[in-house]
Design a protein around this ligand. Structure first.
Ligand SMILES: NC(=O)c1ccc[n+]([C@@H]2O[C@H](COP(=O)([O-])OP(=O)(O)OC[C@H]3O[C@@H](n4cnc5c(N)ncnc54)[C@H](OP(=O)(O)O)[C@@H]3O)[C@@H](O)[C@H]2O)c1
Length: 145
């Protein structure tokens, strides 16, 4: 909902989901796929590829590909959106791979709370980092969900 409220549409390109075999990731994958999005799932458990594809994933990304900090402030603009359950270095890496004007819904910290990033992707690509909290969500939003 947060991503769509910030303009995401299915024809914008692939949406990345991290921690994909976990609770948040599995639900995010299912909801995105059922709403017509192309979903790329990051997982450290490639043996669960069939499970993720049944949920609607069209692409599996090995966790190792995103587990280190890039020396470049910006990488190829790849993802139209992201639901991130992992945080840490993975989130920092993904921030540099987002398309212009896109958003990340930052949900979790399974991989750590530190965020070793820089402001360049925000300034040069106008991307947004959206904080998601479920504890204090207004009732109207819960009903809409
Ligand atoms: N903001 C909110 O309101 C809210 C609500 C619910 C949950 N959360 C937070 O969201 C996060 C995920 O919750 P969950 O219930 O989905 O947990 P979960 O079922 O344990 O799933 C977390 C997933 O993250 C991946 N992961 C675990 N350790 C990792 C690491 N060191 N590096 C990279 N990936 C790692 C694993 O997926 P793969 O094996 O597929 O890689 C794992 O299945 C937690 O931090 C939780 O506290 C926040």
């Amino acid at each position: 909902m947060a991503l769509e409220n910030h303009g995401l549409q299915p024809d914008h390109g692939p949406v990345l989901v991290t921690g994909a075999t976990g609770g948040v990731g599995s639900i995010a994958t299912t909801v995105l796929a059922r709403n017509g999005y192309e979903v790329a799932c990051v997982t450290g458990r490639p043996e669960n590829e069939d499970y993720l594809k049944k949920l609607g994933a069209s692409q599996i990304v090995d966790r190792d590909r995103l587990s280190t900090v890039s020396q470049k402030p910006l990488e190829a603009a790849t993802w139209a959106g992201c639901v991130d359950a992992v945080g840490g270095t993975m989130l920092a890496r993904i921030i540099g791979q987002m398309k212009y004007g896109s958003s990340i819904a930052a949900v979790g910290l399974a991989g750590g709370a530190a965020l070793p990033t820089n402001v360049m992707p925000f300034l040069l690509r106008g991307m947004n980092l959206l904080g998601i909290d479920n504890v204090m969500q207004p009732f109207d939003n819960r009903q809409a969900a």
